[in-house]
Design a protein around this ligand. Structure first.
Ligand code: NDP
Length: 324
């Protein structure tokens, strides 16, 4: 018997229940992980609220954690009981003391990265890895726009951009968040609660706009983001913090300058051997001191609902972790 968070209907944070749960024995290719620290991510609120469907109710929640291998299936070769591991994918259910998932979802965690650090950066850091190094390969001195720059993904993006010599313009909703983003490596910040983002981007780029804009806010920033992309540039729309972008008239891409748009997800990038390679790049950035893990909020697992309330209310900065 172990504790986990589950929900039996979609709704606000109040639908989350902290319950006793008996995890299954691992199947042939599966591993059971004893979670030591769990990552909180915006996607967890999409599953809880119903924006993203779940296979069945009641459902576990969460896709990111770090811990120790507790049991392995008969065909698992790459992992053994006692290994330190981390994951940022697989079936929902990471908000738990024990979680069963495919061995293919796990990476080996080096001794230099703590369980808490790994839970804080696996999903968000792998996301920045593919956004900056695969979806678009950023080059030194390029000027890019990144929304919600003081958030979980944003805090890592600011530091990674600095490490690459990229000038990141970060949007934020308060002076406190602007200061945090700047401290982490943002070249400039724009407070989108009262500044005209497109106008400021034109000024900061000498009228050129950006070759790539990263938008995890979604609905509220969609049009503004398009206005900040240079002709034939790329808008990477990778999240829905303000709601999903829908009903897009493709003609708008020609009107704004033959733009490209992609709507990527980590699950398409972090698969097979690429997963460990992406994680190793992330862990090396931490080991080199170029990426300092920013855990600004910690909650007991039992208080996951409170943690999600804070995230949705825009009251968090950096990463939030849950401790079983
Ligand atoms: P954050 O910590 O960045 O929290 C979301 C932030 O979005 C808030 O802090 C807030 O920052 C900003 N925001 C703007 N408008 C709203 C609004 N109406 N309601 C709430 N927040 C708003 O979350 P994460 O780091 O977990 O995720 C950031 C985004 O990246 C999410 O959209 C998430 O879904 C996406 N994502 C996508 C992945 C992918 O592969 N596609 C993988 C990982 C994350 P501020 O107050 O400064 O505006």
């Amino acid at each position: 018997m172990a504790k986990r968070i589950q929900f039996s209907k979609n709704g606000g944070p109040e639908v989350l229940e902290y319950v006793d749960h008996t995890p299954a024995e691992p199947g042939p290719q599966q591993v059971r992980v004893s979670n030591k620290a769990i990552g909180l991510n915006y996607i967890d609120t999409y599953f809880r609220g119903g924006l993203y469907p779940v296979p069945a109710l009641p459902s576990g929640l969460g896709t990111e954690a770090a811990g120790v291998v507790d049991a392995i299936g008969s065909e698992v070769t790459g992992f053994k009981v006692g290994d330190r591991v981390a994951y940022a994918g697989g079936p929902l259910g990471a908000y738990s003391e024990l979680h069963v998932l495919p061995a293919a979802s796990l990476v080996h965690l080096p001794g230099s990265v703590s369980f808490e650090q790994a839970a804080a950066v696996m999903l968000k850091g792998l996301t920045v890895q593919y956004l900056f190094r695969q979806t678009y390969e950023l080059q030194p001195d390029e000027i890019v726009l990144f929304h919600a720059a003081a958030g979980g993904v944003g805090s890592i993006a600011c530091q990674w951009a600095r490490a690459l010599g990229v000038r990141l313009i970060g949007t934020v909703s308060s002076a406190e968040k602007a200061a945090r983003a700047k401290q982490l490596g943002a070249w400039e910040t724009i407070d989108y609660s009262h500044e005209d983002v497109a106008k400021r981007v034109l000024e900061l780029t000498g009228g050129k706009k950006c070759p790539v804009v990263y938008d995890g806010v979604g609905k509220d920033t969609w049009e503004t983001s398009l206005d900040c992309v240079e002709p034939r540039g790329l808008l990477v729309s990778f999240g829905n913090a303000s709601g999903a972008v829908s009903g897009v008239n493709l003609g708008i891409l020609s009107q704004k300058g033959s733009l490209y748009v992609t709507r990527p997800t980590l699950a398409t990038y972090a698969v097979g051997p690429a997963l460990q390679a992406m994680a190793d790049e992330l862990f090396e950035l931490i080991a080199s001191g170029k990426l300092v893990v920013d855990i600004s909020q910690r909650y007991p697992l039992a208080e996951a609902a409170k943690a999600q309330t804070e995230l949705s209310a825009r009251r968090t900065m950096g990463s939030t972790i849950l401790l079983p």
